[in-house]
Design a protein around this ligand. Structure first.
Ligand code: NAD
Ligand code: UPG
Length: 459
């Protein structure tokens, strides 16, 4: 099928950047991103590009280049589905918070709604592409909904999981390690392959069956997260043995079978994907009674929770076993640098733990505002909104944030943190002035020479 019009349902962290790049590289295809969230669509259409709902380096430039030409953002979902030959489903698939599989399984209600919506309004044949991360065999459910419309419309379903990482989304999309397309119909697979073929070399476009494609996405995230939990486990051992986790990571990473990437010890991984996708994998394994498999992967999450907890425990015990009434300055709230996304950020859990000990928290993040910080804490339901509001303040200046603080906790590896005048920060803090570097981004000797009591991960 020749593709002239694409619809993407879901204008989020995946839909937005992915479709912007597809539009840039395929000027002859009209790409429309639709969403039920009107506020989000308004923000995507804002003249002022700093107001786009998602911050990603390089994204605003591509939106500026394509928006209004062949890239559109709209709330007209039915009309857009109707006119398009290819429809991407790129909606959220969070962990279920209710019913069977609560806390483990992926909640597929938004995906099902999309499938029903497509089934209801389509009057011509469509290729439906699963872009959201889905449990293996979801395509079966989508197929069943689409094929029972009683209409004379043919649907082909493809799985095309997205591997971009936030903060580097545009680079990842422009130069992907691979594009994965799972499907039954060769025609449909080649239609999608030709969209990517505008800029991705054919040998990097992998064709598989639908189930391998769906499962590969969960597996890739499980392997990536496992590396972080592995190095974080070693970081704790380093702290007891005078080994240095950076040196260990370098030494093992030079083994070409292990490789150097993704071995940064940290306060624990965050983000909307790793935890959700591993829990989902564990749930699927248990549903087939594969308990040894489920236990194996679950340990990645258990270790990650332990890493977040031991960071805040260490902070409290170092501050003479109490943070009650003390000002703790948190630098960074996003789950990693170069994004405004805070979903599952380790900072939220560390803050919550410190708040239970009655700390006063001051937050500075270059891309996250106070409204988001408060919403993240309120979502946990640990204490009242008023209490969170009283105990947690956000600042727009790092020096204000750290003024009179007893300790600084570095939660995100933003590059700008390395360039601060740390002597100035030291001078205005309470003494002894502590730094807990949860990202190992500062130089220990330099900090100690200034006078800080400096501790980091795995050293
Ligand atoms: N965030 C990432 O880095 C990333 C990377 C790869 C894959 N994924 C996967 O991609 C999917 C989307 O993730 P995201 O981070 O973009 O989520 P998101 O929450 O940022 O965006 C999803 C959007 O879908 C919209 N939506 C939900 N139901 C809808 C409906 N019925 N009709 C129209 N719009 C609807 C929501 O309003 C929201 O704006 C998830 O399955 C996720 O696991 C995410
Ligand atoms: O060595 C490392 C690497 C990462 N992290 C942390 O791990 C989390 C996830 O980071 P990253 O994977 O870079 O970002 P995500 O945007 O969550 O991307 C992951 O999740 C996406 C959603 O499924 C996938 O598409 C990507 O391939 C996969 O990398 C963040 O909190 C990082 O700070 C570490 O602690 N140490």
């Amino acid at each position: 099928m020749k593709i002239t019009k694409i619809c993407c349902i879901g204008a989020g962290y995946v839909g937005g950047p992915t479709m912007a790049v597809i539009a840039k590289k395929n000027p002859n295809i009209k790409v429309t991103i639709v969403d039920i969230n009107e506020e989000r669509i308004v923000a995507w259409n804002d003249e002022d590009l700093s107001k786009l709902p998602i911050y990603e380096p390089g994204l605003a430039e591509i939106v500026a280049e394509t928006r209004g030409k062949n890239l559109f953002f709209s709330t007209e979902i039915d009309e857009t589905i109707k006119e398009s030959e290819m429809i991407f489903i790129s909606v959220n698939t969070p962990t279920k918070t209710y019913g069977k599989g609560k806390g483990m399984a992926a909640d597929l209600k938004y995906v099902e709604l999309c499938a029903r919506n497509i089934a209801e309004v389509s009057t011509t044949d469509k290729i439906v592409v699963e872009k959201s991360t889905l449990p293996v065999r979801t395509a079966q459910a989508i197929k069943s909904i689409l094929h029972n419309t009683g209409k004379d419309v043919k649907f082909e379903i493809l799985s095309n999981p997205e591997f971009l990482a936030e903060g580097t989304a545009i680079q990842d999309l422009l130069n992907p390690d691979r594009v994965l397309i799972g499907g039954e119909s060769e025609d449909a697979i080649e239609s999608l392959a030709s969209v990517y073929g505008s800029w991705v070399p054919q040998e990097r476009i992998l064709r598989t069956n639908v189930w391998s494609s769906e499962l590969s996405k969960l597996t890739a995230n499980a392997f990536l997260a496992q590396r972080i939990s592995s190095i974080n486990a070693i970081s704790e051992l380093c702290e007891h043995t005078e080994a240095n986790v950076n040196e260990v990571a370098k030494a093992i990473g030079m083994d070409s079978r292990i490789g150097p990437k993704f071995l940064n010890a940290s306060i624990g991984f965050g983000g909307s994907c790793f935890q959700k996708d591993i829990l989902n994998l564990v749930y699927i394994a248990r549903s087939y009674n594969l308990n040894a498999v489920a236990d194996y992967w679950e340990q990645v999450i258990i270790l990650n929770d332990h890493q977040k907890r031991r960071f805040s425990d260490n902070l409290i015990s170092t501050l003479y076993n109490t943070v009650s009434g003390k000002k703790i300055a948190m630098l960074g709230w996003a789950f990693k640098k170069d994004t405004n996304d805070t979903r599952e950020s380790a900072a939220i859990y560390v803050a919550d733990h410190l708040l239970n000990e009655q700390a006063n928290i001051a937050v500075y993040d270059p891309k996250v505002n106070n409204k988001k910080v408060q919403a993240d804490l309120n979502y946990l339901n640990t204490r009242s909104e008023e209490e969170n509001n009283d105990l947690v303040k956000s600042y727009s200046d790092p020096y204000e944030t750290s003024k009179d603080a007893h300790a600084i906790a570095i939660m995100t590896e933003w590059d700008e943190f390395k360039t601060y005048d740390w002597e100035k920060i030291y001078n205005q803090m309470k003494k002894p002035a502590f730094i807990f570097d949860g990202r190992n981004i500062l130089d220990k000797t330099e900090m100690e020479n200034i006078g800080f009591e400096y501790s980091s991960i795995g050293k």
